[in-house]
Design a protein around this ligand. Structure first.
Ligand code: SF4
Ligand code: SF4
Ligand code: FES
Length: 467
């Protein structure tokens, strides 16, 4: 297909937008709400160009207008520049403190907007919502309200159960708006450093995060591997270090649910790893509202990340002044959607996952024990059952937890333990266990693999920003 952009004859594929055709020919058109890995949205209108078709001229947005045979496009006609100048001025009037918009306005000779609007940070470009929905796949945020009240946030402005703190929204946001939203928790690499500094202590380690101790432990509690999570919680309650714990319990249908427990019985009921991400945030808030203050939360790396971000922002201190939350982070390479896993297990083994006595993922195998019999397959066969969002999580070892616990690197029957804070150390001190050496390289190998996979996905976002 041949079209003309600013006096250049351009041969392009029959599909694609004017913006793509122009960029492939090295012609600059400014954009704000466009990202090449996301569906075109057409909200900011900054990419406005003039087109001529069948002798008729009009203005369209280049990012979502498809190329057509014989189209004549002008990207810098005086009228086009006037339209962009007006848009740049309005954006600056709305977000006058934002560097990106100041730079943009300057390109059009505007230093001071003529209008005065209420100072905002959000341009309403929609990039954050689209990246969360289309790439990360969790749809934790969206637009709400209309007109001048329009804003971005979680449903009903509540703490999100879906946000995994991946930071993709903060990466695409052209301003600082998303990082300042109260109910969204992007955790950027800068946040990781700040959280480590504020909450953890030990030696920094590129692969395993900051820690003071790393070892394998076996307790006399029968549970998953060395039973250390159960032992820590039970001891914490017994010694009065904890008022309650938020744990994940098996339930009859749909696998597992989070619950607040405040006695040994409840803790023992939650023994054994569930390879699912179950919302823990609502239970944590329930526990706080019920007056519990020293609470342990057992969670996956993404849940730990989100709660830490809230702690970093002072959320718990503001709402529940004397709350002390201790985070027991589980190792997690990926988690599974229970319904999907249940169907897959039925297909593969003819079993009902609700009846499983134990579900385990070890050394690349998915193993289900039911009635004294084991069923297993390679974890690779479950790739379609992995939860959305996991591809954007590069943390295997719960780097921001007070204590991280897993099985990778430990001998059979032992738990891998990484102590990362004084609070974690204090909880561990009361627990009886046998200690063994760990195979550090085994953990490092998987930690790097997970990080590499996530980095590749983030690269797709980062590369788009350069365009
Ligand atoms: S941090 Fe990730 S999951 Fe949370 S809102 Fe942002 S993009 Fe979505
Ligand atoms: S928060 Fe940022 S990315 Fe989201 S709509 Fe506002 S400016 Fe765009
Ligand atoms: S970049 Fe095309 S409308 Fe925003």
């Amino acid at each position: 297909m041949i079209l003309k952009i600013d006096d250049h004859q351009i041969e392009t594929e029959a599909s694609g937008s004017i913006l793509e055709a122009a960029r492939s020919a090295g012609i600059y058109i400014p954009t704000l709400c466009h990202h090449p890995s996301l569906e075109p949205y057409g909200s900011c209108r900054l990419c406005t160009v003039e087109i001529e078709k069948n002798g008729r001229k009009r203005f369209v947005t280049a990012c979502n207008y498809p190329v057509e045979e014989g189209l004549i496009v002008k990207t810098r006609s005086p009228e086009v520049l006037d339209i962009r100048k007006m848009i740049a001025e309005l954006l600056l009037a709305r977000c006058s403190g934002e560097k990106r918009l100041q730079d943009l306005a300057r390109e059009y000779g505007i230093f001071e907007p003529r209008f005065k609007l209420d100072e905002e940070k959000c341009t309403l470009c929609g990039l954050c919502c689209r990246v969360c929905e289309e790439l990360v796949g969790v749809s934790a945020i969206n637009f709400y309200n209309r007109g001048t009240e329009r804003d971005v946030g979680t449903p009903y402005g509540e703490l999100s159960e879906d946000c995994i703190g991946c930071g993709a929204c903060a990466l695409v946001c052209p301003t600082n708006a998303i990082s300042e939203q109260r109910n969204i928790f992007p955790v950027t690499s800068k946040d990781y450093k700040e959280i480590e500094k504020g909450f953890l202590n030990g030696e920094p380690d590129d692969d395993l995060g900051l820690f003071s101790e790393l070892f394998a432990a076996e307790t006399n509690i029968e549970g998953q591997d060395g039973g250390i999570v159960t032992a820590l919680l039970a001891k914490g309650i017994e010694m009065g270090l904890l008022d309650a714990a938020v744990v994940v319990q098996n339930r009859e249908i749909y696998g597992a649910k989070a619950a607040v427990v405040d006695d040994i019985e409840g803790i023992l009921e939650a023994k054994g790893t569930k390879y699912m991400r179950v919302p823990v945030m609502p239970r944590l808030i329930d526990a706080l509202k019920k007056g519990k203050r020293r609470i342990a939360v057992v969670g996956t790396p993404c849940q730990v990340r989100v709660i830490r971000k809230l702690q970093q922002r002072g959320y718990f201190k503001d709402e529940f002044a004397d709350a002390e939350i201790i985070l027991l982070g589980l190792f997690c390479f990926e988690s599974f959607d229970y319904r999907s896993l249940r169907t897959r297990s039925k297909e593969l083994f003819g079993i009902d996952l609700d009846e499983a006595n134990k579900i385990q993922i070890a050394k690349g195998k998915y193993i289900v024990a039911i009635g004294g019999k084991n069923y297993s397959c390679s974890v690779r066969e479950l790739e379609h059952d992995v939860r959305e969002g996991c591809r954007f999580c590069g943390d295997l070892v719960s780097r921001l937890a007070d204590i991280s616990i897993g099985s990778i690197g430990s001998p059979n029957g032992y738990s891998t333990v990484i102590v990362r804070s004084d609070r974690g150390k204090k909880l561990l001190d009361g627990v009886q266990f046998t200690r063994k050496e760990i195979d550090r390289e085994e953990i490092v190998k998987l930690a790097r693999l997970k990080r590499r996979n996530a980095d590749k996905n983030f690269l797709k976002i980062g590369d788009g920003l350069a365009g």
